[in-house]
Design a protein around this ligand. Sequence first.
Ligand SMILES: O=C[C@H](O)[C@H](O)[C@H](O)COP(=O)(O)O
Length: 284
Amino acid sequence: MSAAAPSPAALVESAKKAAAIQAVDEHLLPSHRYIGIGSGSTVVYVVEAIVAKGVDFYKNMVFIPTGSQSKGLIRTAGLTLANLDERPVVNGRPVQLDVCFDGADEVDAELNLIKGGGACLFQEKLVAIAAKTFVAVADYRKQSPRLCTTWKNIPIEVLPLSAPDVLLRLQALGSPAPAVRSGLPSKAGECVTDNGMWIIDAPFPPLLLPSDLTPEVDGLGKGGVWEVSKLADELLRTPGIVEIGLFHGFNGTQAVGLGREGQAQKPVAAYFGTADGKVDVQRA
Ligand SMILES: O=C[C@H](O)[C@H](O)[C@H](O)COP(=O)(O)O
């Protein structure tokens, strides 16, 4: 009798694990000192892959969390933990992290990301931009030509008392049915983030890239059709919005050329575990 085929859920888990192992192998060097650890189910395998390298490999490394789940992961694994604001300051600036690994809900053709499906995005963005190299780790379900194709909503972190007005503003920007995320089934009432905020999930039609724009299609929100960075800028201009789950713009390597170190939200590469056990790497 032949062995039963793995379930779809098991295939997804092994895809995440394979992606994590390869991402860590290719981006974590023994000389690295400060490492960002993101949130979600895929970074669990990132931490596993780091631990598997052995204590001699990671004993001098300090791991920076992106929220309470991430903090727990680092602690439970026996890795050295420090908060983002505890990095040493050298020549007047906090040291950059060497690398940050994080998951994603959707990744487009230019490595823009949607994040926040698990209500973590604000600290994730702070840790990602503090890193010289940001690496996304995911499974095959997350790769899309354009954001909001498979993952239809943009998670937006808001000050709770601003929620009614932010919802109205989102509708005016073309989001058909934005909604405050519920904490159910595990928590009655709204989902509260690690920062004491709420999440609004705002659906939008697929987000365009600059190369999609034409004189007729300007990506400025007509009919709710936006280009990624134009929508991100507009959202961040809305009082009450604390941070958005769009990670866009440029990556760490490009940031150096632009003189904008410490502001890069895009990964240099996304690792997607595939259903047949391989890893597809999308590089900038
Ligand atoms: O809010 C959660 C974070 O942005 C996660 O990194 C993202 O949702 C991906 O999570 P997972 O690895 O569980 O798919």
